[in-house]
Design a binder for this molecule. Structure first.
Ligand SMILES: Cc1cc2nc3c(=O)[nH]c(=O)nc-3n(C[C@H](O)[C@H](O)[C@H](O)COP(=O)(O)OP(=O)(O)OC[C@H]3O[C@@H](n4cnc5c(N)ncnc54)[C@H](O)[C@@H]3O)c2cc1C
Length: 220
């Protein structure tokens, strides 16, 4: 596999704002090969500052995309928001094994649970394997955080909104899981903030999921 070093050149192609505080950064792919679920170490060229970002786009695309939420007073999420087409980025990776074993198998049901931009690795996977038998539960505050919802089949994407009430479920992911409405899957993948992941794991274990059915990627 071609592993990325700074020998490759990555230039910004586009910054697409999906709402006031979140954007999709698109840049040239160079010779990079990756699997859905992997992440990069990314920063502006010369800043010396990098952070991890899951790849949002599919390996079938000629460019790379990442989905970034602006963190208040955050260094890199703010720096990357201000880049312009043609600017060079510093990119290392790809890294990680999250989802890399999840290639769809006939009859296997996958449950994806994401908070916020934790939806990014699932987006890459679903764009790569639209035929997968998945359900995607997305925990967000308001419905304007349902990033690119139209990219998913309507009956497979399910928003849990904790503050606004225009989601498919009004409440947190954990409240939804506790309600027992979600059908049992063969494997569950969770991505996003640690408190959601740990609380959801407790609920899923209590509902009978085994350790080897649960997979996690913690962002912060
Ligand atoms: C494997 C992995 C993949 C990741 N993928 C993504 C991704 O696809 N998209 C994305 O937006 N972020 C992702 N992150 C988080 C990202 O790496 C940075 O932590 C985030 O962008 C903040 O960096 P910063 O330099 O702006 O803030 P910093 O200056 O580093 O610090 C800001 C503070 O914000 C906290 N923080 C980090 N992320 C968030 C958040 N989303 N909301 C609220 N507080 C936060 C940190 O814990 C820290 O205390 C990922 C993290 C990991 C470990």
């Amino acid at each position: 596999m071609h592993t990325i070093t700074d020998v490759d050149k990555y230039t910004v192609e586009d910054v697409r704002h999906v709402n006031d505080s979140t954007y999709v950064l698109q840049f040239s792919r160079g010779g990079m090969e990756f699997k859905p679920g992997q992440h990069l170490n990314l920063g502006t060229k010369g800043s010396g500052q990098h952070r991890e970002y899951s790849i949002y786009s599919s390996p079938d695309n000629s460019s790379i995309e990442v989905l970034i939420k602006l963190v208040d007073d955050g260094v890199v999420s703010q720096q990357l928001r201000n880049v312009q087409p043609g600017d060079e980025l510093s990119v290392k990776g790809p890294y990680g094994f999250f989802l890399t074993d999840a290639k769809p198998k006939k009859g296997e049901k996958l449950l994806f649970i994401a908070s916020g931009t934790g939806i990014a690795p699932f987006h890459s996977f679903i764009m790569s394997y639209p035929e997968a038998d998945y359900r995607l539960i997305h925990g967000i505050r308001n419905i304007n955080e349902a990033y690119d919802r139209e990219h998913y089949k309507a009956d497979r994407y399910f928003a849990c909104t904790s503050r606004g009430n225009k989601g498919d479920f009004n409440g947190r992911i954990t409240d939804y899981l506790l309600s027992g409405q979600e059908k049992k899957a063969d494997k569950v993948y969770l991505c996003g903030n640690s408190s959601m992941i740990y609380d959801a794991m407790d609920i899923l274990r209590a509902q009978g999921y085994r350790h080897d059915q649960l997979f996690t990627e913690v962002y912060f």
